[in-house]
Design a protein around this ligand. Structure first.
Ligand code: PLP
Length: 378
């Protein structure tokens, strides 16, 4: 199995035809408890919070896709973030990139800071100077919503020089393991909101962690079971089904997004465009090294300011005005007013004229035409 390529692993890793019926698709084991023949004697499953066969299949599949020792599935991406933060103790510091998913910023600031965690944000990683050794380094790359990149390999190598070595965690939601595999670049932990590209159809909320080594996975699995923010079997099934088409979807998301980035770069109404592999991106070299393609997210600054941006996002017909990302359908939003509202007034605040696109897999002609008519009618 180790020799299989990504596309094959996505469809087969962790999945066996059901031993009792031969069902090719992993069944939805909708059972909260499992029979013990004598006390402590069972087929590997006792209680549904601790594990469940549908969830185990998803967790094994995720581990294979990221090349990790073990995967863990959660009820949401935020539940996965919460699990990682439970590794820390009062007084520990987190060093995070300064362009972050709004919910991650919110859980740092409004939930965990009061338990004595110190959170530092840096524009540059490795940072220019460092006052204390963090216990956890938090990377998003590409970042949300500015699509900035961080060099996972360089940061992991730098982490090796610190004593004690911090845990390097990469939120890989935007890239997915098809485009970028952080554990292969030296990170310890990968996080996903499976709600996004892994699920891929905007029909499930879920999260995941994949750990490079068993020791850390063991600690996280303990927290997963002790805290209990686990996904139900139907949700696990939906994510597994989504993952099977991840590679073909990502190729189409990325080719559509690259064409849209090029289109936007030539519009007078647009002040700047953010897309990782665009020649205008200051880190296009790193994108080429670290990612298979630029992915499906594009953001741009409307030259007409916040009011024009607002009118624009209310004028599209194929792009739906909605939060979230990574589904087959195209979505549009204003991060400052929607996904990133919690960063308002903070050092992470986003320009209110910035528009974020989650480019779907519709026909590119229809997507371009929709943007064209929205510029004209807004
Ligand atoms: C959506 C998202 C999350 C949170 O995931 P939920 O499934 O919504 O809880 C975390 N990180 C990134 C980058 C996201 O886009």
């Amino acid at each position: 199995m180790d020799k299989w390529k990504f596309e094959t692993l996505a469809i087969h890793a962790g999945l066996e035809p059901d031993p009792s019926t031969g069902a090719v698709m992993t069944p939805i084991y909708q059972s909260s408890t499992f029979r013990q023949t004598t006390i402590g004697e069972h087929l590997g499953y006792e209680y549904g919070r601790t594990n469940n066969p549908t969830r185990s299949a998803l967790e094994a599949n995720l581990a294979a896709l990221e090349g990790g020792a073990r995967g863990l599935a959660f009820a949401s991406g935020m539940a996965a973030v919460d699990c990682v933060l439970h590794l820390l103790e009062p007084g520990d510091a987190i060093l995070a990139v300064s362009d972050l998913y709004g919910g991650t910023f919110r859980i740092f600031e409004q939930i965990f800071e009061k338990y004595g965690l110190k959170i530092l944000y840096s524009q540059e990683l490795p940072p220019v100077n460092l006052d204390l050794v963090p216990r956890l380094i938090w990377i998003e790359t590409p970042t949300n919503p500015l699509l900035r990149l961080f060099d996972i390999q360089a940061i992991s190598t730098w982490a090796d020089t610190l004593d004690p070595r911090p845990i390097v965690c990469v939120d890989n939601t935007f890239a997915t393991p098809y485009l970028q595999q952080p554990l292969m670049l030296g990170a310890d932990l990968v996080l996903h909101s499976t709600t996004k590209y892994l699920g891929g159809h905007s029909d499930v909320v879920g999260g995941a962690l994949v750990s490079r080594d068993d020791g850390l996975a063991e600690e996280l699995a303990f927290i997963q079971n002790a805290v209990g923010a686990i996904p139900g079997p139907l949700d696990c099934f939906l994510v597994l089904r989504g993952i099977k088409t991840l590679a073909v979807r990502m190729d189409r998301h990325a080719s559509n997004a690259a064409l849209i980035a090029g289109f936007l770069e030539n519009r007078g109404e647009v002040a700047s465009v953010h897309y990782p592999t665009s020649t205008a991106h200051p880190q296009a070299d790193l994108a080429a090294r670290q990612m298979r393609s630029g992915g499906g997210m594009v953001s741009f600054l409307h030259a007409g300011g916040p009011a024009a941006a607002r009118s624009f996002v209310e004028s599209t017909r194929v792009f739906t005005l909605a939060e979230s990302l990574g589904g087959v359908e195209s979505l549009i939003e204003i991060p400052a007013a929607m996904t990133h509202a919690s960063t308002l007034g903070s050092e992470l605040a986003v320009d209110p004229a910035l528009i974020r696109l989650s480019v779907g897999i519709e026909a590119i002609e229809d997507l371009l035409e929709d943007l064209r008519q929205a510029f004209q009618s807004s």
